[in-house]
Design a protein around this ligand. Sequence first.
Ligand code: AHR
Length: 512
Amino acid sequence: KEAHVIVDRDFVIGDTDPRLFGAFVEHLGRCVYGGIYEPGHPTADERGFRGDVLALVRELAPTIIRYPGGNFVSGYNWEDGVGPVEKRPRRLDLAWMSTEPNTFGTNEFMDWCRAADVEPMLAVNLGTRGPDDARRLLEYCNFPGGTELSDLRRAHGWEKPHGVKFWCLGNEMDGPWQMEMKTATEYGRIATEAAKLMKWIDPTIELAACGSSSRNMPTFGSWEDTVLEHCFDHVEFISLHTYLNNYADDTPSFLASADLMDSFIEEVVAIADAVAARRRSAKRIMLSFDEWNVWYRTRRKNEGRTKLGWPVAPPILEEVYDMQDALAFGGACLSLLNHADRVKSACLAQLVNAIAPIMTETGGPAWRQSIFYPFRDMSRFGRGRVLQTRVSSPVYTTVYYDPRGTSELSFPMPDVPYLKLAVVDNLDEGTVTLFALNRNLTETLTVETQVRGFGALSLGEAHELHHGDLKATNTKDRPDEIKPASLEGVEITGDRVRVRLAPASWNVIRLS
Ligand code: AHR
């Protein structure tokens, strides 16, 4: 099989915003406790931050981390997580049916972000709380001093303001599972009022309103429209969430489903721009894809909500990712890159243990899951201008299965290209990177790409992620079962690059 691609230096989709390479830390299972924070762990520092996890986070290279939820935030009292640790309350967390010890909170998160060299992104509770609480948290975090709440932060030991720029106005407020879910009108109103109060305190912040929890939500579309009708003038972003799944155990469909992220993004752009058009406004709402990943094995069981006994940091949502998950995940990376003009922020959900690229054993080692590698590639090599691609690839026909198993939302997907691709031109480094996914499970795909406008090209480095067994995984005992290997046989003639992609493979080719 053979595919042909044309890219041209002058045809640009947009620049990747550094925030496109974000991730997410929620008080969920062992993401915080036993994940990023584990006092007494052999690698932990005096603050309890696990050094082995920090090293892997730096290698993964996320740029911004969303915190503290997720569903958790909709019942969170931020005051519980600041001040002397011995005075902090233990509380029931109704999002994950756990006990929250509150030994890690906002200030610890800020210190951890500094240690990890990432920007913090905070979500406010618009479930059980509301605009007043959001206002108070922002004053605590960002106001320099001389008021009760800013002086409280200083008294807690954080003299300088945290300067958090990016804030999420609640989480998945359209979902019945959310504490105090709202209708679009209810949410649009309180999001607007929260935004007003927050920006009156700190006009430099940027705000994301909640979009739909997924493209399959019954209110998708009308939710975005109504919410933005209310908060268009007050926010910079609308959020999107997607978790790809392979419930049907149908790998070709699973790999094709990443393309629905493209549709989802384009639909939300259309709605946001329709709201702008009704106002005759030149403002463009950007997209914050603040939860995306593969998630299904630990999802349907809804294990987080059925654990008995209100445990602290139970091992829930500990999805063990295999090779095919890494491929679907790579497809999602490509969807994000190819919409760099409008998706200006995105968070891989999540970072450690709970549906995460990094796994740990409490008291033991940390290792990389299969999905670690496409993310690391995207973050390391995806900085720059994303170029338009003209792809001519053999195609296949498959089916999209609705995750709820309802047949009316399952539909055929004809003409899915085996090749999914993104190309990023990094002007600072003088490199052009091809990210290429071969979705053909049995056949090698030869790809010839004409990279116009760069003169004669030379090969920097090329690697592939591939495994003969699509169900192979990395585990504590076999942490390197899946890892990138050098991609051999890349041929360059002038401005043409010819490469053979292994069946079911993720590939990165760096040119200069
Ligand atoms: O990331 C796990 C959960 O998925 C988040 O808490 C929630 O926002 C989403 O439903």
